[in-house]
Write a protein that binds this ligand. Structure first.
Ligand code: ADP
Length: 187
């Protein structure tokens, strides 16, 4: 069983690379951003609680996010491996994920960090906005999401690095080449 986290700022290419990784490794994909968007679309009680955060580019509180993620992992006992996308975004989330995996007799084996400059992600999101349906792709909200990444989420990197689980991969360039480099890092 291989469990991987794909990590990077908004616009780093996590979604694109996740699709390729799922196809190759058969991961069960858990994207907290997708889960929140589905809850909002379906107007569930959870969706109503989180919309004030997601719509403004702010992180949803850890307690809500961690509970939702734990439930999703526990709903997939047959999984051969998980790909976590957009989670963990804080150190408490990273600690909760380790505890959860350990409880299930498993672990997070690698965290693939897609390295992209702030300038590049701003440019990519600006482009994506032209075709995006996402409420959080507006200018001011994008700025907030990028700030949240550089203020809070980036601290997750040293957490994994100190434990030798961090794999840095250049996220700028050809999509297939980036994918190959991720696969090499996981080999
Ligand atoms: P991005 O394109 O910014 O990587 P995502 O699709 O992963 O965005 O997430 C969209 C929004 O959902 C975030 O801006 C945040 O409000 C919320 N969210 C997603 N994952 C988490 C998380 N692990 N912790 C807190 N909030 C989260």
């Amino acid at each position: 069983m291989l469990n991987v986290v794909i990590f990077g700022p908004p616009g780093a290419g996590k979604g694109t690379q996740s699709e390729k990784l799922i196809e190759k490794y058969g991961f069960v994909h858990i994207s907290t951003g997708d889960m929140f968007r589905a809850h909002i679309k379906n107007q569930t009680p959870l969706g109503k609680k989180v919309i004030e955060y997601t719509d403004n580019g702010l992180l949803v509180p850890d307690s809500i996010t961690i509970d939702m993620l734990q439930e999703e992992v526990n709903n997939n006992p047959q999984a051969k491996g998980f790909l976590f996308d957009g989670f963990p975004r804080t150190v408490p989330q990273a600690e909760a994920l380790d505890a959860l995996m350990e409880k299930n007799g498993s672990a997070i084996h690698a965290v693939v960090a897609l390295e992209v400059t702030e300038e590049e992600v701003r440019g990519r999101i600006r482009k994506r906005r032209e075709v995006s349906q996402r409420a959080d792709d507006e200018d001011e909200k994008v700025n907030k999401r990028i700030d949240e990444y550089f203020n809070k989420t980036i601290h997750v990197l040293p957490f994994y690095e100190q434990q030798g689980r961090l794999e840095r991969v250049n996220g700028i360039g050809d999509i297939d080449e980036i994918f190959e480099n991720i696969c090499k890092a996981l080999a």
